[in-house]
Design a protein around this ligand. Structure first.
Ligand code: AMP
Length: 186
């Protein structure tokens, strides 16, 4: 199973994707996590990425495309994976398609979108900010991240709809309710 887990910031992708990974016994590949890890370890790539992350804008495509290309070729990802937070632009989606075909890997099985109304997102993200203390969770940065999502990432829904692999799940409700809807859609 190769799937992409999509949804706006604050939709609850992290929590729900962890559940899908356990169900399918596949690794979750989160570009946001990989980037935060690179920042924490002071790797040059992380230093470059931090400027963008702190502002709530996107790290350049070539940086994240390179990270994903290396990661999906690792042993644990050969039978499948869940991509969380990638692709985020049409360019990244095109690069992913090309990369899978060049690596002779099977194409994506599914793009699952967790849909949450915009007015709920800021509130959810502010609550998370208090819990996790992420440096990109101030209200101003949150608004930029949602704006960036609307401009750059939202068009991907149409992209995967046209490819015939989009599944939409209503992401409102309790964690358990959303989890059972995710399960049904799989
Ligand atoms: P996330 O944890 O997915 O919300 O990502 C946190 C931040 O990392 C984003 O606001 C971006 O600055 C950066 N980032 C993560 N994934 C990508 C991606 N696929 N393309 C560009 N930037 C990304």
């Amino acid at each position: 199973m190769r799937l992409i887990f999509m949804g706006p910031p604050g939709a609850g992708k992290g929590t729900q994707s962890a559940f899908v990974c356990t169900e399918y016994q596949i690794p979750g590949i989160s570009t946001g996590e990989m980037l935060r890890d690179a920042v924490a370890k002071n790797i040059p790539l992380g230093l470059k990425a931090k400027e963008y992350m702190d502002q709530g804008t996107l790290v350049p495509d070539e940086v994240v495309i390179g990270l994903v290309k290396d990661r999906i070729q690792q042993e644990d990802a050969l039978k499948g994976y869940l991509l969380d937070g990638f692709p985020r632009t049409v360019e990244q989606a095109d690069a992913l398609k090309k990369m899978l075909s060049e690596l002779n890997e099977a194409p994506l099985d599914m793009a699952l979108n967790l849909a949450v109304p915009p007015e709920l997102l800021v509130e959810r993200l502010l609550i998370r900010a208090q819990k996790e203390g992420r440096s990109d969770d101030t209200e101003e940065v949150i608004r930029t991240r949602i704006e960036t999502y609307n401009q750059k990432t939202l068009p991907l829904l149409d992209y995967y709809r046209k490819e015939g692999i989009l599944r939409e799940v209503n992401g409102t409700g309790s964690l358990e309710e959303v989890q059972s809807k995710v399960k049904e859609s799989l």
